[in-house]
Design a protein around this ligand. Structure first.
Ligand code: ZN
Length: 549
C-alpha cells in the first residue's frame, strides 16, 4: 500500500526520531557493554568561552565530543580527571601563527603547553599554495593540535609573477584568482596578505580586492599584515577596511599595534577607525600578542624597492656604490620616521653565519664588529648581514599603554604570531612560549585589566566565530572536546626576551578532540589533531553531510 503521510507529519516523525536519538546519546546510563563516557573532567570551575562567569560542573566526553555538562556520576566514565577546582576552558584557538613546518614538529609542544588546541597558519601572505596537500598531510603525519590555513597572497603572487615590482597582467591576475579559488575549495579559511613583505608589498589595493572577493565568495575572511604599522598606520587600517568593504568579506587585522615611537599613545585613534567601520556594519576584528616587541626579518627594515626581483637582484644592487648609498639614505629616513635614535631596539633572534649575534642588538653588534656607533655603520652592518643571508629579528618598538588599550577592546583576540619551536634553538620572541599564559597571569591576575572570562573569550569563542569554526571555542554539548585545565592563581609565562625557551606554569591538562595531549604537565604521545577546513571547502561539505552531530 502506498503511504499517504503528509509532508509535515513525515517531518515531525523525523524530528522525533532525531530528538530521541540525541536524548539517548546524551543521557545514556552506563550500559552493560561499559561506561557511558570515555572521559569525565570533574570538580571544575567551567569558563565556557562565552564570556559568562564561571560555574561549577563536570564535563563528560564521548567519541571526541562534549556530550554532557553538569553533574556526572563518578562511575559513568572509563576515565576521570579531577580538576580540583581549577579552571576548565575551551582549548585556545591561536588564529595568527606561522607553522608551515609543523609536520616536522608534530607535537607542537610550545603551543600545547600554552593551552592552544587549534592553529591558523598561512598568515602575513605566506602559506602553502597547495592547501589540499598541506591539510591532507595530517592523515599520514598526525599532529597534536588542529590545523587550519589561510591562502597567502604573497605565496600566490610569487608563484605567478616571482618577486617582480609591478602590477600583474590580466592573465597573471586570472592565474592568481584561480589559485585562490582552488585553495578555498581545498579548505583555506580565507586570504592573507603581508603588505610589507616581498612580493605582497608590490600589490596595489585593487589586485587584493579582486582576490579577496573570491575568498569571500567561498565563506572566507581577509586577514592582513597591513602595509604599515608605523607612521602610516591609519592609512593602512583604512586600506584594510576598504578591501573588506569592496570585496564583501570580514576583515581581520593581524597583530594590531603601533610600531612607531612617535605615535605611541595613538591607539584610541587607530582602534577608533575599527570601531567606526563596525558601526557602519562592516565586520572588522583584530588580534594581538601581548608584548612590546615584534619579530620579523631584518630585510623588512630595508627599502622594498631593493628587493624587487629577488635576493640575487638585491645583492647586485648593493654591489653598486651609488645604489648602496641610496639604500642607506632611505633606511636612515625610515629610522628617523620611526622615532628611534639608533638600532639598539633591533635585536637578532637568529643569524645563521654567526650564532654569537643571537640576542644582541644591531647597535651592540656594530660596536663589537666595527668598533663604531654611528647610524651609517649600523646600517652597513645590517646590509652585511642581509647579504650573508639575512636574520630573524626582534624589534622593541611598541608602547605598553597601547598594548593594554588594544587588549581591552571587545573585538581583540589573542594570537601569538609564532611558529612551532624547537627547544633551545636560537633566541626567538618569547610569545611562542608564553603569549596565552601572559594574558592570564600578567594582564588578568596581576594587572586586573580584563576579567578571566573575557580573556578566555578572546582566546576561544571570538576566534572560533571569526574564523568559522562552528563546533569549537565553547564548552557546549555537541562541541569538539578541545579543553584546557589550568590554575588561575599559578598560571604565568616564564619565557623572556633573554631566555625565551621556557614553558609557562600552571597549565596541567590539554585535550584535543577528547584525547589528552598534556596530562599532569607531561606531553603524551597522542596526535588527535584534525584539519579545520573552511566552509567553502568541498571536503567540509561532504564531511558535514555525513556527520552525526
Ligand atoms: Zn605579520
Amino acid at each position: 500500500m502506498k503511504t499517504s503521510l503528509s509532508k509535515s507529519a513525515l517531518l515531525a516523525l523525523i524530528a522525533l526520531a532525531l530528538v530521541s536519538s540525541v536524548f539517548e546519546r546524551v543521557n545514556a546510563p552506563a550500559r552493560a557493554q561499559g561506561p557511558a563516557y570515555d572521559l569525565v573532567i570533574t570538580n571544575a570551575r567551567i569558563v565556557d568561552g562565552s564570556g559568562n562567569p564561571w560555574f561549577r560542573g563536570d564535563v563528560a566526553i564521548r567519541a571526541g565530543r562534549i556530550v554532557r555538562i553538569g553533574r556526572v556520576a563518578r562511575d559513568a566514565a572509563a576515565k576521570t580527571i579531577d580538576a580540583h577546582g581549577q579552571i576548565l576552558a575551551p582549548g585556545f584557538i591561536d588564529v595568527h601563527t606561522h607553522v608551515e613546518s609543523i609536520y616536522s614538529l608534530p607535537s607542537a609542544e610550545n603551543f600545547v603547553r600554552m593551552g592552544v588546541t587549534s592553529l591558523v597558519t598561512g598568515n602575513c601572505g605566506s602559506s602553502a599554495t597547495d592547501v589540499g596537500q598541506f591539510l591532507g598531510r595530517i592523515s599520514e603525519k598526525p599532529l597534536a593540535v588542529n590545523l587550519a590555513t589561510l591562502i597567502g597572497h604573497g605565496s600566490v603572487r610569487r608563484e605567478v609573477m616571482g618577486a617582480d615590482d609591478r602590477a600583474p597582467s590580466a592573465d597573471e591576475q586570472k592565474k592568481m584568482e584561480a589559485l585562490v579559488e582552488q585553495a578555498m575549495k581545498d579548505g583555506a579559511v580565507g586570504l592573507s596578505t603581508g603588505l610589507i613583505y616581498v612580493p605582497g608589498t608590490y600589490a596595489k589595493t585593487d589586485e587584493i580586492v579582486a582576490l579577496a572577493r573570491i575568498a569571500g565568495r567561498h565563506g572566507g575572511l581577509y586577514a592582513t599584515h597591513m602595509r604599515n604599522e608605523g607612521d602610516k598606520v591609519a592609512d593602512a587600517i583604512r586600506e584594510s577596511i576598504l578591501i573588506g568593504e569592496q570585496a564583501g568579506l570580514p576583515v581581520e587585522i593581524s597583530h594590531f599595534k603601533i610600531s612607531n615611537k612617535r605615535l605611541w599613545g595613538q591607539t584610541p585613534m587607530t582602534l577608533g577607525l575599527v570601531r567606526e567601520a563596525r558601526a557602519r556594519g562592516l565586520s572588522v576584528t583584530v588580534d594581538q600578542y601581548v608584548y612590546t616587541a615584534s619579530s620579523t626579518s631584518l630585510a623588512s627594515r630595508l627599502p622594498s624597492w631593493l628587493h624587487a626581483g629577488g635576493f640575487e637582484e638585491a645583492k647586485k644592487r648593493l654591489a653598486d656604490k651609488a645604489t648602496r648609498e641610496r639604500v642607506i639614505s632611505d633606511t636612515k629616513d625610515a629610522l628617523k620616521r620611526s622615532g628611534f635614535k639608533d638600532y639598539s631596539f633591533a635585536v637578532v633572534a637568529s643569524y645563521g653565519p654567526d650564532k654569537s649575534f643571537n640576542g644582541k642588538s644591531i647597535a651592540e653588534i656594530t660596536k663589537q664588529v666595527r668598533n663604531k656607533s654611528d647610524i651609517t655603520s649600523q646600517i652597513e652592518q645590517m646590509l652585511t648581514m642581509y647579504e650573508a643571508g639575512g636574520a630573524s629579528m626582534i624589534y622593541h618598538s611598541m608602547g605598553e599603554d597601547d598594548v593594554k588599550r588594544i587588549l581591552q577592546e571587545p573585538f581583540t583576540m589573542i594570537a601569538s604570531d609564532a611558529g612551532v619551536r624547537q627547544l633551545d634553538d636560537s633566541v626567538p620572541h618569547p610569545r611562542g612560549y608564553g603569549n596565552n599564559a601572559r594574558v592570564l597571569g600578567q594582564y588578568v591576575r596581576n594587572l586586573k585589566l580584563i576579567s578571566l572570562e573575557d580573556a578566555i573569550r578572546k582566546m576561544t569563542s571570538l576566534p572560533a566565530q571569526t574564523f568559522g569554526f562552528r563546533d569549537r571555542g565553547l564548552i557546549r554539548e555537541g562541541f569538539a572536546a578541545d579543553l584546557v585545565v589550568f590554575d588561575e592563581k599559578a598560571i604565568a609565562d616564564q619565557a623572556t626576551f633573554d631566555k625565551p625557551h621556557q614553558y609557562p606554569l600552571g597549565i596541567s591538562y590539554v585535550l584535543v578532540n577528547g584525547s589528552v595531549v598534556l596530562a599532569n604537565n607531561q606531553m603524551t604521545e597522542a596526535r588527535p589533531g584534525v584539519a579545520l577546513r573552511g566552509s567553502g571547502s568541498t571536503e567540509t561539505i561532504r564531511s558535514t553531510a555525513s556527520r552525526q552531530w
